[in-house]
Design a protein around this ligand. Structure first.
Ligand code: F6R
Length: 618
């Protein structure tokens, strides 16, 4: 939520900051704003409600001076409506020489604001953020040193915040503080950067430092200092970004989402690379810190995640339980955090998150660690807080996911879940190695099979376009098809804003079948007829039950399933694979369907309303 950029160096600051905001806009697009200190020494600010394009237009009409220091913000509104006035940056002091941007929520803002109002401060916005701007300006007036004033004030703020400040009277420094919200430093040559994530600066530098909790950054063109909130120096831990800037651009596609759907064979192949050998055997170096005895001692796995990532967790549950014989429960992070889960030192908590910054998932993992569990992260973003705070990390190598709706991150997370299942099964001797190798070899074929599904994606897209006027779409699945049904429904809700529900097909007759009326579109994920668990005939029966009540059925079935064609108006065939691995194929048409339906409605598929990519507030 909210994207933050800071820059100090010789380049044209406005260009650097606006380009960074463009790459971070997926984090929030309720408003955008920038402040620079011009070569004339004056602080100047432009900010505008709505998307970044509005800010660009406003700067075109009212240009900013050339400058070598600046900050920029793209907002997902929390306190205060998405108006020009509530847009960041916010100015502090009666002289308005200080400019501040913020990602997060200042929970004690009401009492701090009362203190300022009593002292005569006049507020220009309804935000919690403006409180911090005035407090720092007042403290600066008192102590005469911006860094000291900044440090004194951030210690008084409660909640979640990353804050960046510049001041006209100290025009060579950007100050930043991080508490429960993301912040990464980019190290350049005679220039330095700050960003909510590395996408903000990856086109300029691949050298980065992830800022820790309760730390302050003092950023100058030629020097970067890190301190704790109490003033203790912190040794920076540098890493190299392995994304390249072109991965975060549309590259000729109509949308980031379309590009990211097409990226999936690569995302899955890259996630498997170096971990699965051609003979199907597996090695996960990332969890080599867990001894075989540790892995054998695990008696329960709890997967914590939110939204689409939780559906990846649901798929992982089926695989891990089947292959590794360990009980797995999947918990929405925000629910797990606020109950009394049974966690012991033999519990492995697996936290799945594309961004690695989802506050609910971070809070869940912290809680799990307090309770004595070890935490393994499945994460897509280097340097993310989740990765830093976990005992081990399996990185998904999906590359930057810019569209708000998750696609390639999901398939990479599912892939990582399979790898974990195979690794645990192997370490615990739960499934014969020959069987695991067979699964591994099939997994290696999945990128090519996904490409085949993508080659035929037009069919799903045409159906999406055709159904643009549907009031509601239902999705049914069973076993590993169930989380995919829920994912299909989530994609449609978030992209097309229409009612959509995913159900376990077996649950239908326990209530949801009452929703079926003439013409109701229902997309059914049909299990393989080759599956030994014989779920296929049961799902075919479910299809007959809903068709008898007038449903319009679209089936996603595997090639060679001749029976299903008799019962569905449309069948989208995907290549055969092991039933457990089918989610990597069956989810793709659902992504194409939602993309096309939302596009037909004229909606912005990359930036759906009310959403932000990275949910960094609870
Ligand atoms: C839906 C979507 C969200 C995220 C969820 C978790 O398309 O993208 O449901 O999956 O907010 O985000 P991460 O994976 O960053 O923790």
């Amino acid at each position: 939520m909210c994207g933050i950029v800071g820059y100090v160096g010789p380049k044209a600051t406005l260009d650097v900051v606006l380009a960074g905001l463009g790459r971070l806009e997926y984090r929030g697009y309720d408003s955008a704003g920038v402040s620079v200190i011009g070569e004339n020494g004056k602080l100047e600010t432009r900010k505008k409600a709505g998307k970044l394009a509005n800010l660009r237009n406003s700067i075109a009409e009212n240009p900013l001076p050339s400058s070598h220091i600046g900050i920029g913000h793209t907002r997902w509104a929390t306190h205060g409506a998405p108006t020009d006035g509530n847009a960041h940056p916010h100015l502090g002091g009666t002289d308005l020489k200080l400019s501040l941007i913020h990602n997060g929520i200042i929970e004690n803002f009401a009492e701090l604001k009362a203190e300022l109002v009593a002292a005569g401060t006049v507020f220009a916005s309804e935000t919690d953020t403006e409180v911090a701007a005035h407090l720092i300006a007042a403290e600066y007036a008192r102590v005469g040193n911006l860094t000291d004033a900044f440090a004194n004030v951030v210690k008084r703020l409660h909640g979640a915040f990353t804050i960046l400040v510049i001041h006209e009277d100290e025009p060579d420094v950007v100050l930043a503080a991080r508490c429960n919200a993301p912040l990464v430093i980019g190290l350049g040559d005679g220039e330095n950067f700050l960003g909510s994530d590395v996408a903000a600066f990856v086109e300029h530098t691949k050298r980065a430092i992830s800022v820790g909790q309760n730390q302050i950054v003092i950023l100058r063109a030629d020097k970067v200092e890190l301190r704790t909130f109490d003033g203790e120096p912190v040794e920076a831990c540098e890493f190299t970004v392995d994304w390249d800037a072109s991965a975060a651009s549309k590259g000729g596609w109509s949308s980031f989402m379309a590009k990211e759907i097409a990226d999936q064979p690569q995302a899955v192949a890259d996630t498997l690379m170096g971990r699965l050998r051609s003979d199907g055997s597996i090695w996960l170096d990332e969890i080599s810190g867990f001894s075989t005895d540790d892995l054998k001692a695990i008696d329960r796995i709890i997967i914590v995640a939110c939204g689409t990532a939780s559906y990846a967790g649901d798929v992982a549950k089926y695989a891990i339980e089947k292959w590794a014989h360990v009980p797995v429960q999947v918990e929405l992070s925000h629910e797990f955090r606020y109950r009394s889960p049974i966690v012991t030192p033999n519990t492995l908590v697996v936290a799945i998150s594309q961004s690695g910054e989802t506050m609910d998932t971070l809070m869940a993992t912290r809680y799990a660690r307090e309770l004595g569990a070890r935490v393994l992260a499945i994460c897509n973003t280097q340097g993310a807080t989740l990765a830093r705070e976990s005992d081990a990390v399996i990185y998904t190598h999906a590359g930057p996911e810019v569209a708000v709706a998750s696609t390639k991150a999901l398939t990479a997370q599912i892939t990582a879940g399979y790898l974990l299942g195979l690794f645990l099964a192997s370490a615990r001797g739960a499934t014969p190695r020959t069987e695991l190798a067979k699964i591994g070899r099939e997994l290696l074929k999945l990128p090519a099979k996904i490409t085949k599904v993508l080659d035929g994606l037009e069919q799903a897209k045409a159906l999406g376009t055709e159904m643009a006027n549907a009031k509601s779409v239902l999705f049914l699945g069973r076993n590993v098809g169930y989380p995919i049904a829920m994912e299909g429904a989530l994609k449609l809700k978030e992209l097309a804003y229409i009612h959509a529900e995913g159900f376990a097909a077996g649950e239908l007759k326990h209530g949801p079948i009452a929703l079926i009326e003439a013409g109701q579109p229902v997309i059914v994920i049909v299990p393989s007829p080759r599956d030994v668990d014989s779920l296929h005939p049961k799902v075919v029966s479910n299809i007959q039950e809903i068709r008898a009540r007038g449903a319009r059925v679209i089936a996603i079935a595997e090639q060679g399933d001749t029976e299903v064609s008799q019962y569905a108006e449309d069948v989208i065939f995907v290549p055969q694979t092991l039933p457990m691995l089918a989610p990597l194929l069956t989810v793709i048409p659902l992504q194409g369907f939602a993309l096309a339906l939302a596009t037909a409605l004229g909606l912005d598929v990359d930036q759906p309303r009310n959403l932000a990519k990275s949910v960094t507030v609870e």
